[in-house]
Design a protein around this ligand. Structure first.
Ligand code: AP5
Ligand code: ZN
Length: 218
């Protein structure tokens, strides 16, 4: 299984990725998680990326495309992969097409902007695994601790309301065009075209998981 999860900031891409990667036994390639790891490690990339991320902007296409191409060379991608938060611009999508990176499904998770701010303000993350919780909608077993490791959960620096609003506008300006990019490609049914599936992303996490699994079987 090779798929792209498409959706606004806070649509639940990371949350649903946890279920999908387990079901299909594939790695989750989250460019956001990769960048946050670089920030934490204090690498030159991390230092440069942090400024952009905290402002709610996008890291440059060249850097992101390089990161993903390197990641795809690793052995665990042989069985498939799940892209989370990538591609995010037309040049990123074109780069994958040109490199012949196969995609079976594009799964769009649809959540209105009005639901996003509350989701982000309650989000808590386990940094090293990317596991994601919400204080109200998807709480960990022990408050403030990761279910698997028991380690501390953090709040992301870019989850401040002003930054979330900026990220949403960047999504509408630069990423939402990929809905038609992949949708039209799928409709044209050309060789190599992925199947395009859209699911509603509002409701209990498990209900959305079931819709995602059904969409990926259809
Ligand atoms: P990234 O980490 O990719 O952030 P994002 O796309 O903005 O998405 P989020 O991680 O915020 O949301 P999500 O859809 O994963 O939702 P989640 O499951 O966590 O990118 C961060 C930054 O890195 C970017 O702004 C950019 O600067 C840079 N970057 C990354 N990739 C890039 C790229 N390709 N090119 C350029 N720059 C890039 O859920 C959110 C919350 O809601 C959680 O608390 C969760 O528990 C809760 N929740 C989930 N499902 C539900 C539900 N059904 N009901 C209620 N609450 C729910
Ligand atoms: Zn995420």
């Amino acid at each position: 299984m090779r798929l792209i999860l498409l959706g606004a900031p806070g649509a639940g891409k990371g949350t649903q990725a946890t279920f999908i990667k387990e079901k299909f036994n594939i790695p989750q390639i989250s460019t956001g998680d990769m960048l946050r790891a670089a920030v934490k490690a204090g690498t030159p990339l991390g230092i440069a990326a942090k400024k952009v991320m905290d402002a709610g902007g996008l890291v440059s296409d060249d850097i992101i495309i390089g990161l993903v191409k390197d990641r795809l060379k690793q052995a665990d991608c042989a069985n498939g992969y799940l892209f989370d938060g990538f591609p995010r611009t037309i040049p990123q999508a074109d780069a994958m097409k040109e490199a012949g990176v196969s995609i079976d499904y594009v799964l769009e998770i649809d959540v209105p902007d009005s639901a996003i701010i509350e989701r982000m303000s309650g989000r808590r993350v386990h940094l090293s695994s990317g596991r994601t919780y919400h204080a109200k909608f998807n709480p960990p077993k022990v408050a403030g601790k990761d279910d698997v490791t028991g380690e501390d959960l953090i709040q992301r620096d870019d989850d401040k309301e002003e930054t979330v609003k900026k990220r949403l506008s960047v999504y509408h300006e630069q990423t939402e065009v990929l809905v038609n990019y992949y949708g039209d490609w799928a409709k044209a049914g050309l060789p190599g075209a992925p199947k395009y599936r859209k699911i509603a992303g509002v409701g209990p996490v498990e209900q959305i998981r079931d819709s995602a699994f059904a969409a990926l079987e259809a």
